[in-house]
Ligand binder design. Sequence first.
Ligand SMILES: NC(=O)c1ccc[n+]([C@@H]2O[C@H](COP(=O)([O-])OP(=O)(O)OC[C@H]3O[C@@H](n4cnc5c(N)ncnc54)[C@H](OP(=O)(O)O)[C@@H]3O)[C@@H](O)[C@H]2O)c1
Length: 249
Amino acid sequence: MNDLTGKVALVTGASKGIGAAIARALAAAGATVGINYVADAAAANANVGAIVSAGGRATAIQGDVSKSADVKRIFASLYESFDRLDIVVNNAGVYTFEPIERVTEAEFHREFDTNVLAAMLTTQEALHYFSSAGGSIINVSSIVSKNPAPASAIYASTKGAVDTLTGVLAKELGDRKIRVNAIAPGVTMTEGLQESGVPGSPLEAQMVGMTPLGRIGTPTDIAPLVVFLASDAAAWITGERITISGGLR
Ligand SMILES: NC(=O)c1ccc[n+]([C@@H]2O[C@H](COP(=O)([O-])OP(=O)(O)OC[C@H]3O[C@@H](n4cnc5c(N)ncnc54)[C@H](OP(=O)(O)O)[C@@H]3O)[C@@H](O)[C@H]2O)c1
């Protein structure tokens, strides 16, 4: 039902964390996957290696998705290699948790450029490559867009924008058979989360306590939802934001 054989997907920020698991799951379902990364070539190549070892097809593509020239190059490279595009997962994202007093213009622009502008740039570019059969765009939001936490002024606002963008584009692109959905993960154990200082902190214990299923999520908890949304089984689903958080609100 979730078979993606013959389809080609781009996953942004797929060298590690949630994006890496999404790329592996799409490949396991039969898709050929472009693994975008910005800096960590070794991690991206390791993920390509894992997919190829499991019998799948993937390639690593460097590029900063907040820069339009890089986005154009990423899509051109993927299309040159595989000659089609069906699925775009806007997963690349950055986050920090700071009180409002410590918000800076530089951090505002870094997070909005990577988390919001990039999804607009990739969508613009995907329109050149999706066939007349349409496509599926999946934006990675977060539970913080609707259940904001203290000290997340910039990050939660970027994800609110991602939710709104998802709704706008679903309406704007539906007549081209392009579906646009968002997933909203809860706290998920990734390299990025490790760097944020949440693991081992009182905040982690608080989050686990508020999660009905009683633990932090893993990237492999998240990935199957993306496979479903990318597949024809979700052909009648667009403009949705689906929470995937073990019940954490
Ligand atoms: N972890 C959570 O608890 C959680 C919860 C809800 C939502 N999310 C969302 O899930 C997504 C992934 O989060 P994560 O925790 O898995 O992150 P992560 O472990 O920090 O990984 C981030 C990925 O994004 C890539 N990246 C960062 N900036 C980029 C740019 N400008 N251009 C291209 N790639 C870029 C990184 O590439 P390099 O390796 O090359 O640096 C890496 O592959 C984000 O959108 C995040 O907001 C995370």
